[in-house]
Design a protein around this ligand. Structure first.
Ligand code: T6T
Length: 336
């Protein structure tokens, strides 16, 4: 990770200089010891960590799991991973509730809704389980001891700057595809994009944020519908993997690949292939393995009564066809 070049808002930053929402940096542990109760903590000898991700068989979460498993192994902890079949709090909630019987020392979780997952997470926390958010977060910041995420607002801004460059002064309309309302990360990306577009490309007009239920087929349909209803559509910002893969399908079926500029988020094998073959003009890649690794490190610190950092920001990088081969370390994995 230390060799990676990080790009935030067009600036190139060294890994050690990463900014975080609260001024913290990856690798630093300068905060106060965790104040959460320590029922499952070091004194009990409980070395079991549980990771509950957003959805099964998805390269972003597989890469996160790989980073988390390696970190758990080197810290002498075990890590078990579970995932709902869909990115849906009604499916993720029961997985969290069932952990009450297992009582891991810590729960690392990517909550699938920033409000409705709070009661289940609070119940587990009240049993003495340390809560660490990885990627997505609750609005209620009192539940998790630490929250590790990309700077998603900056990622959205970077996407707007990238679309501005790709369209170089032309006028036209831009569509933003979000996933589900209540997803903290993609909401921040969409908001950052819309804000930045106004200054980075005043000649481009957003036709608004549309939700896709995190289904590629819905994203494809929204893109073909926008092409029909908006003849000057010049760009699409897809705020995550599924919306990006679906948007590429939509452009392909409308015969608009390369004519409508597609900037996606994430770097799944299919998105990376799309960047190579011209379906995407750019991808904003995250570093899910680092999110998983740092999540485990914070969990272990919380369990062992060491200092824990409340907010930690992970790297983001813009990939284009021209520079992607130098940045292959950012491509997501389908197995560890
Ligand atoms: O973009 C990631 C993740 O950051 C987001 O919270 C949900 O979607 C992904 O998992 C990709 O599908």
């Amino acid at each position: 990770m230390s060799t990676r070049t990080l790009i935030l808002t067009g600036a190139v930053l060294a890994a050690g200089a990463l900014l975080t929402a609260c001024g913290g940096k990856i690798g630093e542990n300068n905060a106060a010891p965790s104040s959460q109760s320590s029922g499952g903590g070091a004194a009990s000898g409980n070395k079991n960590l549980e990771l509950v991700v957003g959805v099964k068989n998805e390269p972003f979460y597989i890469s996160m799991q790989c980073g988390a498993e390696a970190a758990a192994k080197s810290a002498g902890y075990t890590l078990n991973t579970q995932a709902p079949d869909k990115f849906d709090p009604t499916l993720q909630g029961p997985i969290v509730t069932a952990l009450g019987a297992k009582k891991p020392a810590a729960l690392l979780i990517a909550p699938t809704d920033d409000k409705t997952m709070a009661p289940q997470m609070k119940t587990i926390k009240d049993m003495g389980v340390k809560i660490i958010e990885v990627d997505t977060a609750l609005q209620d910041t009192s539940v998790a001891a630490s929250s590790i995420s990309s700077d998603n607002t900056q990622g959205g801004k970077l996407a707007a700057q990238t679309i501005a460059k790709l369209t170089s002064g032309k006028t036209g309309s831009v569509l933003v595809l979000d996933t589900k309302a209540g997803t903290s990360t993609t909401a921040a990306r969409a908001k950052g994009f819309e804000e930045e577009l106004k200054t980075a490309a005043p000649n481009l007009k957003s036709i608004g944020i549309q939700f896709t239920d995190n289904e590629p087929a819905v994203a494809a349909q929204k893109v073909t519908a926008a092409i029909s209803s908006t003849p000057d559509l010049i760009g699409v910002f897809a705020t995550n993997l599924n919306t990006g893969e679906g948007a590429a399908t939509g452009l392909r079926s409308a015969g608009k690949v390369g004519q409508v500029q597609l900037v996606g988020f994430d770097a799944s094998p299919s998105e990376v292939e799309g960047l190579k073959n011209g379906a995407f003009q750019a991808l904003i890649a995250q570093d899910p393995a680092t999110i998983g690794k740092v999540g485990v490190e914070q969990a272990v610190n919380a369990i062992e009564g060491k200092s824990v950092q409340r907010n930690i920001s992970a790297p983001l990088v813009a990939l284009t066809k021209d520079d992607m081969t130098n940045k292959a370390e950012f491509f997501y994995k389908t197995k560890c």
